[in-house]
Design a protein around this ligand. Structure first.
Ligand code: AP5
Length: 207
């Protein structure tokens, strides 16, 4: 199973990716998680990416494409993968096609989680993330339901940054819907439903 998850910030890509990984045992490859780890560890990549991420802008394609080329070659990705947050520009999508060709792999679906923008803003504003294990929760979670760690608000979930992320999505990432439609890979899913119903629809569509 090699799948791309598309959708605006807060559409539920990370939430659904984790459920797919639990069910199918494939690798969860999230560029956002990889970049946040790089920022936390103050690596060269993290230092280059931080300002873009804090502003809600995209990190330059060249950095992301190199990161992904290495990641797709790792052992766990050989049994299948869910790409969460990549590709995000047409240049990244074209680079992904080339990388997969070189690896003798192909995509089975590009799942687009669609939902109303006002719901997105509400979800992102109330999202909290475990500072220890990365579990996604809401502002009602006093501590992480999985490991008991501290639940914090991502810097880019502050109201002024959310709007920029949505603008960036509309301008730079939404064109990928047409890109994958053109490759006959697009699978639209209604994200305006509870988590388990979204997952049930997703599973039915890809199986
Ligand atoms: P990234 O981490 O990828 O952020 P994003 O795409 O903005 O996506 P999010 O993680 O915000 O949302 P999500 O769709 O995963 O939703 P979630 O499941 O958490 O990227 C962050 C930054 O890194 C970017 O801005 C950019 O700077 C950089 N970056 C990353 N990749 C890049 C790339 N390829 N190129 C360049 N730059 C890149 O859900 C959100 C909330 O809603 C949660 O609280 C969740 O519990 C809740 N929720 C989810 N589903 C439901 C549901 N069905 N019902 C009710 N609540 C729900």
């Amino acid at each position: 199973m090699n799948i791309v998850l598309l959708g605006a910030p807060g559409a539920g890509k990370g939430t659904q990716a984790k459920k797919l990984v639990d069910e199918f045992g494939v690798a969860h490859i999230s560029t956002g998680d990889m970049l946040r780890a790089a920022v936390k560890n103050e690596t060269k990549l993290g230092k280059q990416a931080k300002a873009y991420m804090d502003a809600g802008d995209l990190v330059p394609d060249s950095l992301i494409i190199d990161l992904m080329r290495d990641r797709l070659s790792e052992d766990d990705a050989q049994r299948g993968f869910i790409l969460d947050g990549f590709p995000r520009t047409t240049a990244q999508a074209v680079a992904l096609d080339t990388m997969l060709d070189e690896l003798g792999k192909s995509l089975e679906a590009a799942v687009a989680i669609e939902l109303d923008f006002d719901i997105i803003v509400e979800r992102l504003s109330s999202r909290r993330t475990c500072s220890n294990c990365g579990t996604i929760g809401s502002k009602d979670d006093v501590s992480c339901p999985k490991c008991g760690g501290e639940m914090i608000q991502r810097d880019d979930d502050k109201p002024q940054t959310i709007q920029n992320r949505l603008d960036v999505y509309a301008k730079q990432t939404a064109p990928l819907i047409d890109y994958y439609q053109g490759q006959d890979l697009l699978v639209p899913i209604n994200g305006n439903q509870e988590v388990d119903k979204v997952f049930a629809d997703l599973k039915e569509a890809i199986e």
